[in-house]
Every structure is written in structure tokens, then in C-alpha cells.
Design a protein around this ligand. Sequence first.
Ligand code: AMP
Ligand code: ZN
Length: 134
Amino acid sequence: MDNCIFCKIANGEIPSATLYEDEDFRVILDLGPASKGHALILPKTHAANIYELSDELAAKAMILAKKMAKKMTDGLKCDGFNIVQNNGETAGQTVFHFHMHLIPRYQGDGVGLTWKPGKLSDEDRDEILKKLNA
Ligand code: AMP
Ligand code: ZN
């Protein structure tokens, strides 16, 4: 993708604060961090979102997220850790190159990643099960 900023960052054409790099991925610090150490896993090949990502890279990305969670938790001494991944504008995606957010959490940090729980109605449950288990 010629005009994709995360392609350029992942492949080193645009400099970034890099925490990790291998042949498939670069992990960089987010420039608009939710918390201290907020980082992004970027694949070096372009996929706009999870729907376009290959199974192979999806599997590798999850393993890398796990490694980074351990490394960052040990290094930053955070109290918890969120892994967030947005797909589509409605879901909050703003850069259309697949990425995983690695968000260290600190007690009292006020990072707002929560939602107000609803209630699963019998009607919704039945409708969803019918749609997805057909
Ligand atoms: P999302 O909303 O899931 O698409 O996340 C995009 C993330 O990319 C946001 O957290 C931005 O702060 C971050 N971001 C955008 N441009 C850059 C950049 N050039 N370098 C590092 N992080 C960026
Ligand atoms: Zn890209």
C-alpha cells in the first residue's frame, strides 16, 4: 500500500520508537498513548483489518502480543495489561492497517476501556444462536 503510514513505519521508511522488530512485525510506541508505554504491533505486510489478515500472521501476532505483554509488564512494572484491536470506523479504527494495541495499565490510571453492561434477552440469545449456528 503506497499511501499507508503504518506500512511505512513497519518497514522502516518512517522512523519510530521501536520496541521490537522481526521479519513479520514491528512494535512501536503509540504517539497518542492511552497510558505510559502504550504500544502498537504492526505487521510489515498490509492488511486493512482482521478480516484481511492471514491466518499465519494472526497466529504470530497473538504470540507476539503475549511476549510483549510479559516484557512490558516486567519492564514497566504495570499492574495490568489490555490488548485492544479495532476493526472499522464504527469500532474506533482510525488507521486502516491492522494493528494491536498493547496498553499497560496502572492502578488509578483512569484509562476508559470499559462499557456499561447490558442484559442478554432471551430473544437476542435465540436470534444470535440461530444466525450463527445455522
Ligand atoms: P486505531 O484507532 O485502533 O486505528 O488506532 C490508531 C492508533 O495509532 C492511535 O492510538 C494513534 O494514536 C496511533 N497513531 C496514529 N498515527 C501514528 C504514528 N504516526 N505513530 C504512532 N502511532 C500513531
Ligand atoms: Zn499498510
